[in-house]
Write a protein that binds this ligand. Structure first.
Ligand SMILES: [Zn+2]
Length: 463
């Protein structure tokens, strides 16, 4: 039976309008005023917003960090995503063991996700310990598997990509039409500062942000974008921009006229500050890289989102480790704490409440940054990221008036905490449809393990 959502306020990246949406099976058949359809199931959405199912292009489900692994597997992590209004994730793979071929991680990730994910998903490839045959392999896998983005880490020990390889990778990406998401931090600056702090016995959580200063990010952002330009305006993509200093480098490059690159920030760099590290124990919860910054950084990033054309995407870097056990590995030395925090379920509610409801961004901007633009940049549009005829029927029914307090007790991932505990939220997700199926209603997950499909991704809008 078809589904007909009546009287909704549909939000796009450009505006909002009142209309009905007719869903046939997995697909949006049409969007229009006063649609009639006999024998359809009617869903009344009066007074509700209809948002496209959100797309989170930066998660780490079941991430293996060598000494432990992220506590959400592909089932619990994607259930959390779904309950937070996210119907598609594109996940960043863990590093491969040793010098394995690039295909090793593709196979590993299919084994982890296929039959386990509850929503649709794709993978970013990961580049490490580079050589010429891996560059060739990247091209082949991109074509064969639809993995059209490949991440380079500008820090992280043996797995970091140095400038020589960054240039070669970006040249290949420019030739092949691939996107290169990059973790931007100056490795020497981070490693030497960490060692200095260690030598002084400064090992509590509050020293974590000092070990990863904003200048380390700003320098690497600038270097990445300049190398991308020299490589033929390759499609570089800055992941998790966290600081005003980094943003200033982005703005400089934007104003120089360089195009074909993308910039992402994450919910936590907008809504949380480094005050989270003031308590030695509680601070472990927020150990992530880059670290949380100052209120002035939050404000600068919000202002950039309000001013279109600076930042393209808000993602999460969802990478959860339990506080009671896993995060305690860092209790005597922050350098031993697994880096990462949960966030996939919190993103849309926080972005609405802290962003739209507080007047920092508009509703269309919320949709642009959390739904449409990530789908475009990572080759998923127009099947994902918009409520338009022919798209997958991934839809969030949102009550803009409802108020509630965010607490871990109401959440669905495997973790034992949220960084946003106690936030007073305006707006609440009431229903989530994924390819036409109602998978969440009133905070209850109704979908099924394995219902998510692997997405072969196409060409990026950055190309
Ligand atoms: Zn990440």
């Amino acid at each position: 039976m078809k589904k007909l959502i009546k009287n909704a306020n549909i939000v796009t990246e450009a505006d909002m309008y009142k209309a009905d949406v007719l869903i046939d099976g997995e697909t949006i058949e049409c969007v229009g005023v006063d649609i009639e359809c006999a024998d359809s199931e009617i869903i009344d959405a009066s007074g509700r917003l209809l948002l496209p199912g959100a797309v989170d292009v930066h998660t780490h489900m079941d991430l293996d960090v060598g000494f432990t692994r992220a506590c959400d597997d592909w089932t619990s992590g994607t259930i959390a995503a779904a309950c937070g209004g996210t119907t598609t994730v594109v996940d960043h793979m863990a590093f491969a063991p040793g010098d394995a071929a690039l295909m090793h991680q593709v196979d590993t990730y299919h084994a982890l996700a296929d039959g386990h994910a509850v929503i649709d998903y794709g993978f970013h490839g990961v580049l490490q310990l580079m050589n010429d045959s891996k560059l060739e392999e990247m091209k082949q896998i991109a074509r064969r598997e639809g993995i059209t983005s490949w991440k380079a880490y500008m820090t992280y020990g043996d797995n970091m990509i140095d400038d020589e390889w960054l240039f070669k990778i970006l040249k290949t990406a420019a030739d092949e039409g691939l996107v290169i998401p990059a973790h931007c931090e100056n490795d020497a600056l981070v490693e030497l500062t960490k060692a200095e702090l260690g030598a002084l016995g400064k090992l509590q959580a509050k020293y974590h942000p000092l070990a990863r200063p904003a200048d380390a990010e700003a320098e690497a952002v600038s270097r990445l974008l300049h190398i991308a330009k020299a490589a033929g305006e390759a499609a570089a993509y800055v992941v998790h921009l966290s600081s005003e200093a980094g943003l200033k480098e982005v703005i400089k490059v934007r104003e120089s006229g360089q195009k074909h690159f993308g910039v992402e920030t994450c919910t936590q760099y907008l809504a949380l500050t480094d005050e989270a590290y003031s308590d030695d124990q509680e601070g472990l919860k927020a150990i992530m890289s880059p670290p949380l910054r100052k209120k002035a950084d939050n404000d600068a990033l919000w202002a950039a989102l309000a001013r279109d054309g600076m930042i393209d995407v808000v993602a999460t870097d969802h990478c959860p480790f339990t506080f009671k056990e896993q995060k305690q590995m860092g209790k005597d030395d922050f350098r031993k704490c697994p880096n990462g925090a949960p966030g996939v379920e919190e993103r849309l509610p926080i972005m609405y409440s802290e962003g739209v409801s507080k007047g920092r961004i508009s509703l269309p901007q919320l949709v642009k940054y959390c739904c449409t633009e990530p789908a475009r940049i990572f080759g998923l549009y127009p099947k994902k990221g918009a409520i338009i005829p022919g798209a997958d029927a991934d839809i969030v029914v949102f009550n803009p008036e409802a108020k509630h307090i965010l607490t871990i007790d109401d959440m669905h991932g495997a973790n034992d905490y949220t960084c946003y505990e106690g936030f007073n939220l305006t707006g609440r997700i009431e229903k989530v449809f994924a390819r036409g199926n109602l998978i969440v209603e009133d905070n209850v997950f109704l979908g099924s393990k394995g219902a998510g499909r692997y997405l072969r991704r196409g060409i990026s809008s950055l190309i």
